[in-house]
Design a protein around this ligand. Structure first.
Ligand SMILES: Nc1nc2c(c(=O)[nH]1)N[C@H]1C(S)=C(S)[C@@H](COP(=O)(O)O)O[C@H]1N2
Ligand SMILES: [Mo]
Length: 388
């Protein structure tokens, strides 16, 4: 662990950033030194606020129906936290007030001949298996909500493609439409009611999409789709339909649903395709952002900063990330703790600013062959002001 002077000199001197990352911080493995609150005798002061962002209520639900939200307070998580508490998991659309929770819930399954059958919760429970820690992100995440439409939970449920295969419901040239109950008596300011998404069989196989019954070991909370929601690992939240009540086998050339059209640009479609089959998978690419910038005071009175952040999405997490602070050269970040391939992973970066004033913080994958559409267009860029 470097002494304070060595640390500061190392950062300020030529090649300092390299000296600091000495152990090759990009691999999975034990926590890297710089992720510890090191800096002998340094005391953590306040956090430097991100400027130009909204200041909504965090970690508590507000509003109702389609406009009901909960923004997760990512800044309050400790380095290494694998997931927020269930009560702090983000919410986009709160439980519909017209839902009938008195009668037993069933899912109606319709094949192409129009024949229906009903799948009960007991049948789903019998098929339910642990599905692991999975990140969910709203495609409409943004600075207005401090990027808090992003959370991780551990899920359990029944793999959808297995259910449909066992019921022999797929035939060649068909897709599956999953829809959820959306009876809200209050009209929405911004959203179209009636969440539904159409998948190909290979979408279901590739993602391992499941009908979730549990979240963090307990039955789904009402606001997260109780009693059953779809969960599509690796895809944006708009495809993870809540309060699932109908699954319909549709023709290969079925039109995209209004919900798919609403989310076309946010899931990075080209235009608004008319047919469901012309939608590209709503995949979350590798992404990363700072969640907090800590200010540390050293015994001699100097300050340095620690930028703490998360990375998620994409096929793998063992990817080196580079941080750019203002007009400084990109520097590698340190990875903290074990990599969470299906959740989020932590990184940190010690920093001594060379000047005061406005600094935009931008992350990029060191390997430019990895697709990072939202990093490329600075979707997660955040800005701080360093005092003189
Ligand atoms: N029935 C229904 N399902 C839905 C929605 C909705 O409005 N109605 N919103 C979707 C969107 S846009 C997101 S981001 C996720 C949010 O899931 P969460 O509230 O459990 O975090 O639910 C999806 N499923
Ligand atoms: Mo969303």
């Amino acid at each position: 662990m470097p002494s304070r002077r060595g640390f500061l000199q190392g950062l300020l001197g030529a090649g300092g950033a390299l000296a600091l990352t000495g152990g090759g911080g990009c691999d999975a493995g034990p926590p890297q030194p710089s992720c510890e609150p090191l800096l002998d005798g340094a005391v953590r002061l306040d956090d430097v606020p991100f400027v130009g962002e909204g200041s909504p209520v965090l970690d508590a639900p507000f509003g109702s129906g389609l406009d009901g939200r909960l923004y997760t307070d990512l800044a309050s998580l400790a380095i290494g936290d694998a997931q927020p508490r269930t009560e702090h998991f983000y919410i986009r659309t709160r439980t519909p007030d017209q839902i009938d929770r008195a009668s037993p819930w069933t899912i109606t399954l319709r094949d192409r001949g129009g024949d229906g059958r009903v799948v009960t919760l007991d049948e789903l429970a019998a098929r339910s298996t642990p599905q692991g820690a999975r990140v969910l992100e709203c495609s409409g995440n943004g600075a207005f909500g401090r990027f808090g439409l992003l959370s991780v939970a551990t899920w359990g449920g029944a793999t959808l493609v297995n259910l449909l295969d066992d019921l022999e419901i797929f035939s060649v040239g068909t897709r599956v439409l999953v829809s959820g109950f959306d009876g809200h008596s209050m009209p929405s300011q911004n959203s179209v009611p009636g969440a539904s998404w159409i998948f190909s069989r290979s979408d279901l196989v590739a993602t391992g999409a499941f009908l979730a019954l549990t979240m963090n070991g307990a039955p789904l909370p009402d606001d997260h789709g109780a009693p059953v929601r779809l969960f599509v690992p690796g895809w944006y939240g708009c495809t993870s339909i809540k309060w699932v009540d109908t699954i319909t086998i549709v023709a290969d050339d079925a039109p995209a649903t209004p919900h798919m059209q609403e989310f076309a640009s946010r899931t990075m479609q080209s235009g608004t395709p008319t047919l469901a089959r012309d939608f590209v998978p709503a995949v979350i690419d590798l992404a990363a952002m700072p969640v907090r910038v800590e200010r540390w005071r050293h015994p001699g009175g100097d300050d340095s900063y620690r930028v703490v952040g998360i990375t998620w999405g994409g096929p793998r997490h063992d990817v080196a990330l580079a941080i750019t602070l203002g007009d400084e050269a990109p520097a590698p970040v340190q990875r903290c703790g074990s990599l969470q391939p299906t959740g989020w992973s932590w990184w940190s970066h010690h920093w001594v600013p060379r000047r005061s004033g406005t600094h935009a913080i931008t992350l990029a994958a060191a390997d430019r062959t990895i697709r990072t559409r939202r990093l490329d267009n600075h979707f997660y860029r955040r800005t701080i002001e360093i005092p003189a």
